[in-house]
Write a protein that binds this ligand. Structure first.
Ligand SMILES: N[C@@H](CCC[C@H](N)C(=O)O)C(=O)O
Length: 312
């Protein structure tokens, strides 16, 4: 089948994005499309597949679905949501919307550019939950807040957050990528402690700002993860490191976003939604393979604006 897509990124988290409002494919086929298009060794590459889906009578202007590179479907993707929101705004001619996610809803709106030429979207999601059941942790404790998790092969103190996708967040003095990768790999095996797996983040507190490095469920180490940044912002408030209500810069390997949260668990993230190119591609969902894409237009001005705003 031939699919049109936009290659986009939110804070360096990159995705093929498909307007799927009129496409009716079984979930297994979307999983195959994700595995074909978000394969780093394949013709497109990305940290997952984003779908813009139709609105509904429950007050959602449109919806978002997100499939990880391994074909698993996530509850949310907050870097991806900004890109989906931008496409929804452009297609519907609106500047704000309520969006249906897999198991929750989010509010999105156009915002003042973070830097000249950088399309910027504000998103509010939540409430974040620290209930271990919501995070998928099979332990007796009701919550894990800045505490070791029995059975996890790490002695670090974690805060477990459902955004609503599962996150384990540890504040560290300095991010050790090898340690993060080893722990992420352990979670990827779906151990009895956390069978649905988890996104794992190490976070450096830099004054009242954060630097977040994340091993994403279903993907691996990524340049940034929006729901991980949201979880880290909330965890910073919940653990008393940064007062709720503080707007902080959240740095990551792919750039930065602005974030804040409140005691009720609502998290607001402001960040880019950059479109890189428009293309179409022949995909075989059953085999999870794709031909090289036909690129129709490159949005070089947007890529340049982001590069100028976030020097390497
Ligand atoms: N990159 C995303 C999160 C994508 C889903 C995640 N890997 C999961 O399986 O929960 C983001 O920006 O939030």
């Amino acid at each position: 089948m031939r699919l049109a897509f936009i290659k986009c990124h939110g804070s360096g988290n990159d995705f093929p994005l498909i307007d799927a409002r009129a496409l009716d494919l079984p979930d297994a086929d979307w999983a195959g499309v994700a595995r074909a298009l978000a394969d780093r060794a394949g013709p497109v590459g990305g940290d997952g597949l984003l779908l813009l889906t139709a609105g509904d009578d429950a007050g959602h202007d449109f919806g978002m679905r997100m499939f990880n590179s391994d074909g698993s479907e996530a509850e949310t993707c907050l870097n991806g949501l900004r890109c989906v929101a931008r496409l929804g705004f452009e297609l519907l001619g609106v500047d704000a919307a309520r969006v249906r996610l897999k198991t929750s809803s989010a509010e999105v709106a156009r915002a003042e550019p973070l830097a000249p030429g950088v399309v910027t979207i504000c998103e509010t999601a939540g409430p974040a939950s620290t209930r271990t059941g919501a995070v998928g942790l099979r332990i007796a404790a009701e919550t894990v807040i800045d505490a070791a998790i029995p059975g996890l092969p790490s002695t670090r103190a974690f805060t477990a957050v459902a955004m609503p996708n599962p996150h384990l967040v540890a504040f560290v003095d300095a991010v050790d990528e090898a340690e993060l990768t080893a722990l992420g790999d352990w979670c990827e095996a779906g151990p009895g402690l956390i069978p649905a797996r988890a996104n794992v983040s190490f976070v450096e507190l830099r004054g009242q700002d954060l630097f977040v490095r994340t091993y994403e469920r279903g993907v691996g180490l990524t340049d940034s993860c929006g729901s991980a940044m949201a979880s880290a912002v909330y965890a910073a408030g919940r653990t008393g490191r940064v007062p709720f209500g503080t707007t902080m810069k959240v740095f990551n390997k792919g750039g930065l976003v602005m974030g804040s949260s409140d005691a009720a668990g609502m998290v607001t993230i402001l960040g880019n939604a950059t479109f890189l190119y428009d293309a179409s591609i022949e995909v075989d969902p059953a085999l999870a393979t794709a031909e090289p894409p036909l690129v129709h237009a490159r949005r070089e001005d947007e890529a340049a604006a982001w590069a100028a705003a976030i020097p390497a």
